[in-house]
Design a protein around this ligand. Sequence first.
Ligand code: CA
Ligand code: CA
Length: 439
Amino acid sequence: MMKPLHRWIGLAGVLGAGLAQAAINPADLHLQRWPDATTEFNKPIGVHHANDGSGRAFVIEKCGEIHIVRNGAVLPTPFADIAVNCGGNEQGLLGLAFDPDYANNGEFYVSYTAPGTGRHTLERYTVSSNPDVANPTGTVILSVPDIASNHNGGDVQFGPDGYLYWSIGDGGAQGDPNGFAQCTGRKKQDGNPASCYDVSGSSTKYYLLGTIVRLDVHATTAAAQNLCGVAAGQAAPYAIPPGNPFANPTTHPDDCAEIFNWGFRNPYRFSFDRETGDMVIADVGQNRYEEIDFQAAGSGGQNFQWNQCEGNHTYPGNAAGCAGPSGSVPPRIELSQSANGVCAVIGGYVYRGPITPLRGQYLFSDNCSGKLYVVANPAAGLPSWTFEAVPGTPWVSSYSFGEDEAGNVYLAGGGGEVYLVASAAIDLIFANGFDGTGP
Ligand SMILES: [Ca+2]
Ligand SMILES: [Ca+2]
């Protein structure tokens, strides 16, 4: 079945995982409506900041609008209104990342499913002379063909290396029958996982599905060699970071140099730990297991196993099993849909905000359970992570996390609400000097 990423009715979740030595008692955490008790957005799926010290938060909405929240209020005019295809459950404006040097160059990047074609699209925009309004037209950086409305990934983040990372799903519809996520070159939609690199014939050749790409968006390519986003010999509006696993066209003439890592089903949300640079990737599962993956800072070029495996389990029909892809990496967390009462993992952030005892712990959620989960030990080298749920009634069908410049973490809900992760035990002072109004 095609599983919707979001369901507007939450299911009761039961968490069966072992508890860990948490630095904070999750009972001391709660979600506080933000920016006030009544504001609702239209399908909010992210909160971002501009790295500019302005204290502004930028809320992205699924159907294309970006709203600024400043001093606890939503500005009346949207910052931007991106033309997107938001028809399917998982389509729309999916990601936003401000350039690390936004304060000087005014550049930011959005990812979305394009109107009409539904192509995965990465586009650069610029701010206008009004710092609260963007220029209306952008420049497409990379566009990737798709086969179905679901599994679009769509997160976009700058890494600590200054490069742009963009997650792309396996295309859909279910089970990745074409083996796109295990093919690091161009491939037909032919139902044959063994046909990777076969570019004969006139049918559409797909590429970059089920991957996270890494691009140098501050440089260009004069004449492409093994880029998949443009044909050989053409110019590209981005360059390949030298450390990308397939950067060398001599040793990897048929692979896509844009790829950083691969083997994902729907890496809808990922983030970087702003202190360590480690990358945490939440890959939405098929019908049995959700998973969270870990990519240590400075590494890359790894295969995260879909569709050979769903979580730690061989995916039906793949005899090679989880050990099949060489050099592949199992998840740090596996959640059973049936045992844990979950349906679609929603990746969050390693917390680095003002709630001191929560720092260094990874937060995530699930679209159906609506619960906020706290990982106690998100450190490199540990084979698996333990986690526990913040107690209390499930509040929302969660849709996405967000983070502001001060490190506050937000959770956006399917009903239009945005919540701030808050603690009754901590006196919260926000970056803008506004004192939290929580209990
Ligand atoms: Ca798709
Ligand atoms: Ca995996």
